[in-house]
Design a protein around this ligand. Structure first.
Ligand code: 5GP
Length: 210
């Protein structure tokens, strides 16, 4: 029987509000790409769909999944738990699907450290400036300005993890950011040449953190 090529794992992380969830959704429309749907104990936002954006569960159920060792990775982000269950991911990869993960740096570290037998490509998405980030966060949930402020503070800490990723991409314009990521993924899969300027990224991070 012809053996099907295994899929690759693609992680996108970013400080909250840099646009990675939209990017993950755009990438998932590509042929043979699928999103890993996470479990979370956070409350759904008004526009979120159950079992599509997340599996929304309570803390008792989350702890049961931890105890049953069902998570490939999990972490506490802000005040809630988030985790990726192992079985659906491995099944998709074995079917030859490329799996996209919208997870934070803690989860990315855990998956990296597992050294699974699947190719892993990691991306860290940054906003073009702090002001743009603040505007995006404030527009997301107008009633909760406190959350925007809290996430801006978290940004300062999260951004430091850029160094652990294969690629850092600045999300200034969604379409060009998407096509950069897409090109890099296919270059990685096909072992082609990669258009990536690390020095430019280093300078951008300096501006964001100064
Ligand atoms: P949000 O509450 O805005 O949907 O997500 C908050 C953060 O949790 C984001 O950085 C998102 O990428 C991260 N996140 C979502 N699902 C998971 C997961 O399964 N594991 C980990 N480690 N982080 C996740």
């Amino acid at each position: 029987m012809p053996s099907k090529k295994e899929g690759v794992m693609i992680i996108l992380s970013s400080p909250s509000g840099a646009g990675k969830t939209t990017l993950v959704k755009m990438l998932s429309k590509l042929d043979n790409f699928d999103i890993s749907i996470s479990h979370t104990t956070r409350q759904p936002r008004h526009n979120e769909k159950f079992n599509e954006d997340y599996f929304f569960i309570d803390e008792a159920e989350f702890k049961r999944l931890i105890n049953n060792q069902e998570f490939l990775e999990y972490a506490k982000v802000f005040d809630n738990f988030y985790g990726t269950t192992r079985t659906p991911v491995i099944n998709k990869l074995n079917e030859g699907k490329n799996v996209l993960f919208d997870i934070d740096w803690q989860g990315a570290d855990q998956i990296k450290n597992k050294k699974l037998d699947y190719k892993l490509i990691t991306f860290f998405i940054l906003p073009p400036s702090k002001q743009v980030l603040f505007d995006r966060l404030s527009n997301r949930d107008m009633k909760d300005k406190l959350i925007a402020d809290e996430r801006m503070m978290q940004f300062e800490r999260d951004v430091l993890h850029w160094i652990n990723y294969d690629y850092v991409i600045i999300n200034e314009k969604l379409d060009s950011c998407f096509s950069k990521i897409k090109k890099l993924i296919f270059a990685e899969i096909e072992n082609g040449s990669k258009d990536y300027d690390l020095e430019y990224i280093r300078k951008h991070v300096e501006t964001l953190t100064s």
